[in-house]
Write a protein that binds this ligand. Structure first.
Ligand code: PMP
Length: 438
C-alpha cells in the first residue's frame, strides 16, 4: 500500500508510515485491523461512536437518503429532514435551548458559536463586547476561533497571531489535592472565581462577549470541574451580561449518562456546541444549540437586516447528515443508551481505579463513561510514555485507547458491557505492567 499521499492530521506522519496502524472494518464494539485482529474500541473512535459501530438503523437511514436526495442547499432553500433533525435535537437539549444551527463538525460549531456571540451583542447595540474567554488546556477544535479560545499553545504557535482579546482561565486540574478522585474532585471550586477577578482586574466586563468551556476537558486528559464550579461560571456570566457557551462535542449524547453535561451539572449555558455523537459519527455533522432568546434577538433586529446572520456552510444540514442524526437520536432514546451509561458508570469507575497501584500511574480521573489515566512524566524515575502503552495496546492487546501527553483517555461506546469494561482495563493494566518491566 502506498502511504505517501495522505497527509495525516495530528499525526507523526513519518513515524506512523513506518508501521501503519490500519482499521478496515467495524462492528458492534470492535474494529477489525488490516491484519485481521478484532480490536476492542475503548475510545468510541475519537469520542464519537456513542451507540454502536454500523448501527443498522443509522446505516439504513443514510442509504435511503443517498438514494432519495444526495444534496440540497440550505441557503434560501431547505429540505424537511433539516427541520426534523433540528426539532429532535432541540427536544433533547436542556429547556430554553431550542434553536439549532447546523455545521459539519466540532471546530465549525465552536467558530459558529463564537460568531453568534459576537454578532448577538452587536445586534443589541453592545458592539464593545469583543473579548472571548476560554480556559487553559481547553480544546475547541482547529478553526482560528477555536485555537484562540483553546488553551493549548502547541495548537496555536505554528500559525502566527491568534484572535486578539482572548484570555484563558486556569484549568481545575490539581493532582496534589484531588489525585485519584472518584467522580468530581473535591477541591478547587474557588478557581471559578478567577472569572470575576479577571473581569474586574484585567478587562472591563462590558468588553467581554462570551466565555467558552468544555464542562469536562476531554482532549487534554479528562479534567473534571469540582462541584459548583460551572454554576459559579454561570452566575458570573449572567451577572455581567456575558454569554456562556458549553462545548459539549465530547460530553454531549450520553457520555455522562445524561443527554448533555449541562443536564448532569444542572447548569444551562446560552449555547451548546455539539458534534461527534450527533450522528454517531457515521456522517460528519456539528451543531450549535442556541437559546430561544439569542435567536429571537436576531429575528427582532432592525428590518433592514433581512439576513439575520451572515454565516453558513454549503453543507449546513446536509441531507445525509440529517438522516443520520434523526436515526441516531432515535436510537439513543429507543435503546435507552444514556441511562445505560449512567448505570454502568459505577462499574466503570471501580474497574478504572483498580489500576491505581500499577507502576507509573500518577492519577485516575473518571465520570460517566469517560476516564483519564495519567502516568508520571519524563522527569519521573520510572517514567513510561503513554504513547508506548497506546502502541502496545494496539499491537499486542487488541485494544484501542487514546493518549494525550502522559495521559491515557478512555471513552467507550455506551453499549459496552461489564465484561468488556473489565477486558478494557485488564488489558491496559497488563500493558502498563509489561511496559514498566521492559
Ligand atoms: N471541541 C471539543 C471539546 C472537542 O473535543 C473537539 C474534537 N475532539 C472539537 C471541539 C473539534 O471537533 P472536530 O474535530 O469535529 O472539528
Amino acid at each position: 500500500m502506498n502511504t505517501e499521499h495522505f497527509w495525516m492530521p495530528f499525526t507523526a506522519n513519518r513515524q506512523f508510515k513506518q508501521k501503519p496502524r490500519l482499521l478496515e472494518s467495524a462492528n458492534g464494539m470492535h474494529y477489525t485491523s488490516s491484519d485481521g485482529r478484532k480490536i476492542l474500541d475503548g475510545t468510541a473512535g475519537l469520542w464519537c461512536v456513542n451507540a454502536v459501530h454500523n448501527h443498522p438503523k443509522i446505516v439504513a437511514a443514510i442509504e435511503k437518503q443517498a438514494r432519495t436526495m444526495d444534496y440540497a442547499p440550505c441557503f434560501q432553500m431547505g429540505h424537511p429532514l433539516a427541520f426534523e433533525a433540528a426539532s429532535k435535537l432541540a427536544a433533547m437539549a436542556p429547556s430554553g435551548l431550542n434553536r439549532v444551527f447546523f455545521c459539519n463538525d466540532g471546530s465549525e460549531g465552536v467558530d459558529t458559536a463564537l460568531k453568534i456571540a459576537l454578532a448577538y451583542h452587536k445586534i443589541r447595540g453592545d458592539a464593545g463586547r469583543y473579548r472571548l474567554i476560554g480556559r487553559e488546556r481547553g480544546y475547541h477544535g482547529v478553526g482560528f476561533g477555536g485555537i484562540s479560545v483553546g488553551g493549548i499553545a502547541g495548537n496555536r504557535k505554528q500559525f502566527g497571531a491568534a484572535l486578539a482579546g482572548v484570555d484563558h482561565l486556569p484549568h481545575p486540574l490539581n493532582i496534589e489535592k484531588n489525585g485519584f478522585s472518584k467522580g468530581l474532585p473535591e477541591h478547587g471550586v474557588e478557581l471559578a472565581d478567577a472569572l470575576e477577578q479577571r473581569l474586574l482586574a484585567l478587562h472591563d466586563p462590558s468588553t467581554v462577549a462570551a466565555v467558552i468551556v468544555e464542562p469536562i476537558q476531554g482532549s487534554t486528559g479528562v479534567i473534571l470541574p469540582p462541584p459548583g464550579y460551572l454554576k459559579k461560571l454561570r452566575e458570573t456570566c449572567s451577572k455581567y451580561g456575558i454569554l456562556l457557551i458549553f462545548d459539549e462535542v465530547i460530553t454531549g449524547f450520553g457520555r455522562l449518562g445524561s443527554p448533555f453535561a449541562a443536564d448532569y451539572f444542572g447548569v444551562v449555558p446560552d449555547m451548546i456546541v455539539c458534534a461527534k455523537g450527533l450522528t454517531n459519527a457515521a456522517v460528519p455533522m456539528g451543531a450549535v444549540i442556541a437559546s430561544e432568546s439569542i435567536y429571537n434577538t436576531f429575528m427582532q433586529a432592525s428590518p433592514e437586516n433581512q439576513i439575520e446572520l451572515f454565516h453558513g456552510y454549503t453543507y449546513s444540514a446536509h441531507p445525509l447528515a440529517c438522516a443520520a442524526a434523526i436515526a441516531t437520536l432515535d436510537v439513543y432514546v429507543e435503546e435507552n443508551l444514556f441511562d445505560r451509561a449512567a448505570k454502568l458508570s459505577d462499574f466503570f469507575e471501580q474497574s478504572a481505579h483498580q489500576l491505581r497501584d500499577l507502576p507509573n500511574v500518577k492519577d485516575i480521573r473518571n465520570l460517566g463513561l469517560v476516564c483519564g489515566i495519567e502516568l508520571h512524566g519524563q522527569s519521573h524515575k520510572t517514567c513510561t510514555r503513554a504513547y508506548e502503552i497506546f502502541e502496545k495496546c494496539f499491537w499486542e492487546k487488541d485494544v484501542l485507547i487514546r493518549t494525550t501527553g502522559d495521559i491515557i483517555a478512555l471513552s467507550p461506546p455506551l453499549i459496552i458491557n461489564e465484561e468488556q469494561i473489565a477486558q478494557l482495563f485488564g488489558r491496559i493494566g497488563e500493558a502498563i505492567q509489561e511496559q514498566a518491566k521492559s
